[in-house]
Design a protein around this ligand. Structure first.
Ligand SMILES: [Zn+2]
Ligand SMILES: [Zn+2]
Length: 317
């Protein structure tokens, strides 16, 4: 099969011919139809988070078809032990033995992929393959972040990319008001946020027009944490939704006082996936997608790094 392979961190993905993967017990062989591009792929490519094996096929938002013709989605969470204290208490996202698609297990920037059948999900029928792929990380982990942000009506979203453009639609459908913060001067991103239902959009350095009950930071800039904290109402929560963030600058305890909370969100559980994939068609969540052929997977990552598209990017083999 053809695959876009990360051979060494810090180097471009290389298009390679690899042996076809073979499904073991409990696994499914999928013919990949589309695979979403996530900032985590870029962090691995750019050596901002460690790779666990090299070479590796990136991509953890796989839409594929199995031998029986079923269309299935494969997310970041690719395996859990089922026995540790986290797995037993409904927090398999924190499993110590967890394995992740496109990092510990070869992912979907390829013509074929193998996945544990327990971590494959049916996808909403109203969405094409490319439209559905971004749901599998930006959607699922974004939804987990939204849930952990609480049920406050005034929600800030810092970084308006793949996850935020979907979660904005969900939050608006829940009756919340969304305030979108982008890179300073990113007027295209701000217009896009307004199109997706945000009530207000502005620079991340701007003062929010009113206090926020919660803020979700999807961007990887740690300087946003104290900014978001200062935008909160008493008792509000800042949720850091990315796998990697630059260092967080020091801030005054006064900014955290009054029971404000900063927390991270790690990975997802299968329950998050089931809930979000059931909810998405009722919103309905629509995705703005730029498609790249497999040979252009490196270009998709470069365009993500440079902010050259709105919404999500998807690689199509
Ligand atoms: Zn991801
Ligand atoms: Zn476990």
């Amino acid at each position: 099969m053809l695959a876009a392979v990360l051979q060494a961190q810090g180097e471009p993905l290389a298009l390679r011919q690899l042996p076809d993967p073979v499904a073991g017990p409990g696994q499914l062989l999928l013919r990949v139809r589309a695979c979403g591009v996530c900032r985590t792929d870029l962090h691995l490519r750019d050596d901002e988070i460690p790779a666990t094996r090299l070479p590796v096929v990136l991509g953890h938002q796989i839409v594929g078809v199995d031998a029986e013709g079923r269309r299935l989605g494969v997310p970041w969470l690719g395996f859990t032990c089922g026995q540790c204290e986290f797995c037993l208490r409904g927090r398999e996202n924190l499993c110590r033995q967890a394995r992740f698609t496109g990092r510990d297990i070869d992912g979907g920037f390829a013509e074929l992929a193998v996945a544990d059948s327990r971590f494959c999900f049916a996808l909403p029928e109203g969405l094409s393959d490319t439209q559905a792929a971004p749901l599998l990380c930006g959607g699922l982990i974004g939804y987990r972040a939204l849930t952990l942000a609480g049920d406050g009506a005034r929600l800030g979203l810092y970084g308006f990319g793949s996850a935020a453009h979907m979660i904005c639609q969900v939050a608006v459908a829940q009756g919340r008001r969304v305030f979108a913060f982008t890179r300073p001067g990113d007027s295209g991103g701000q217009s896009f946020a307004l199109e997706m239902g945000a009530q207000w959009a502005g620079d991340s350095t701007a003062t929010a027009p009113e206090p926020l009950d919660a803020a979700i930071i999807f961007a990887s800039d740690g300087a946003l944490v104290p900014l978001a904290l200062r935008a909160l109402e008493r008792g509000g929560t800042v949720v850091c939704a990315g796998i990697h963030m630059s260092e967080i600058p020091a801030f005054s305890y006064d900014d955290l006082w009054q029971e404000r909370v900063i927390r991270s969100v790690a990975n997802l559980t299968r329950r998050d996936a089931e809930e979000f994939l059931a909810l998405a068609p009722s919103v309905p969540v629509r995705t703005e997608v730029s498609s790249y052929p497999l040979a252009q997977a490196e270009q998709a990552l470069a365009d993500l790094r440079a902010g050259r598209f709105q919404g999500s990017a998807v690689v199509v083999p």
